[in-house]
Design a binder for this molecule. Sequence first.
Ligand code: NAG
Ligand code: NAG
Ligand code: NAG
Ligand code: NAG
Ligand code: ZN
Length: 432
Amino acid sequence: MPLRGRPAALLPLCLLCLQAALPLRGHRGRYAGDKVIRVVPESKRETQILRAAFNRLKVDLWQPSSPFHIVEGTVTDVRVPQNTSRSLLPYLQQADIAYTILISDLQKAIENQTGSRTYRNRRSLSEYNYEVYHSLEEIQGWMYHLNKTHSDLVHMFSLGKSYEGRPLLVLKLGKRSRPYKKAVWMDCGIHAREWIGPAFCQWFVKEALQMYQTDPAMRKMLTQLYFYVMPVFNVDGYHFSWTNDRFWRKTRSKNARFRCHGVDANRNWKVKWCDEGASFHPCDDTYCGPFPESEPEVKAVAHFLRKHRKQIKAYLSFHAYAQMLLYPYSYKYATIPNFSCVESAAYNAVNALQSAHGVRYRYGPASSTLYVSSGSSMDWAYKNGIPYAFAFELRDTGHFGFLLPETLIKPTCTETMLAVKNITLHLLKKCH
Ligand SMILES: *[C@@H]1O[C@H](CO)[C@@H](O)[C@H](O)[C@H]1NC(C)=O
Ligand SMILES: *[C@@H]1O[C@H](CO)[C@@H](O)[C@H](O)[C@H]1NC(C)=O
Ligand SMILES: *[C@@H]1O[C@H](CO)[C@@H](O)[C@H](O)[C@H]1NC(C)=O
Ligand SMILES: *[C@@H]1O[C@H](CO)[C@@H](O)[C@H](O)[C@H]1NC(C)=O
Ligand SMILES: [Zn+2]
């Protein structure tokens, strides 16, 4: 190891010898040998080295979502392609930066998760399996089915079309008991690779329809409120994550000047758009888009929320992974006007969640709990008059990351259900 012990100042030079990740195009086994590593930078120096290396190598950051969010003392999980890991890992060792390997062979981990899927999914819709991940086609088929079979409690409509022309389907749940009812909005799958999100939205609908008969709390929720549930927000991206790239995050819109596709649908909202925590570069995972609401999916949902802002009292968005319950602001370090009501709702929700399996969630303003990001749906909803706006970061904290095994769908959804019910019942009370 001839370079061992060299001063840190020389490291940026050496960075130039690092080989950039080759573009990976959709083929079987594309993740063979890829690793997910975790680094927790301990100093400014380490932070700078990591930012520079990850910027240059264009590795896939899992947590946080972009190199400029890497800060001292914070967990950084990154997917390193096999070619890159051959140079990156020795480089980190030379720089005396400690890392651990979370997933040693990503292809094996993917195959472990999705092994016998096609076999298990071929069931009739009446015995739909909520403990496996479902493709977009399966989810949409399930939605059409519910719209037919549960017309007393379910009404499905489309908000428009995605970039690639898919319908943007929403289920409206609730008893049509009176002309005016408050409502709760829930969306899942803004980020394509966060598969536990759509699984949870489906779980919520299942529970609502089943428990309506037997659980007085659920009955009260569906009698006094409407729930607008959008199980897959980013339909094109979600589809792409099934067919081409399991770790796709963005939408699939084309860019006029770059070959990179897609916009981060959680940086594309008209609230401090493309400021801190978002990127102007179309190839980045946090690309904010050419202008606010450039993405048809974002535009359609924003239009709907704007139109129903008086009715909708809570906005809930489901992401993964980190085990956090976040509320505004995302884009700045400041306290929201309704802080105490929102904070107590979050506190109670994470306690309710923990009561199921002992899993702890952190909670707080997104800016100080996760990181600063601008143009998010949650901030936008709050700024547009929806008083309770939350973003969930579901399980886990990195052991499986985006590849949360299907065996953990049930415990994850069961506990999250308690949090959502708790927030919802909180809405039905007065808060001063
Ligand atoms: C494979 O999946 C099971 C759960 O389905 C999990 O317990 C196990 O750790 C996984 N193995 C790998 C290598 O990911
Ligand atoms: C849902 O069902 C109703 C009839 O019960 C129908 O009018 C409506 O068009 C259906 N929604 C969609 C998006 O197909
Ligand atoms: C919400 O959760 C808190 C904390 O676990 C609990 O004290 C409260 O009773 C729950 N409220 C409802 C309505 O479930
Ligand atoms: C605070 O909450 C109340 C209802 O709980 C709502 O009427 C008001 O608009 C909210 N204010 C803000 C700034 O969100
Ligand atoms: Zn997300």
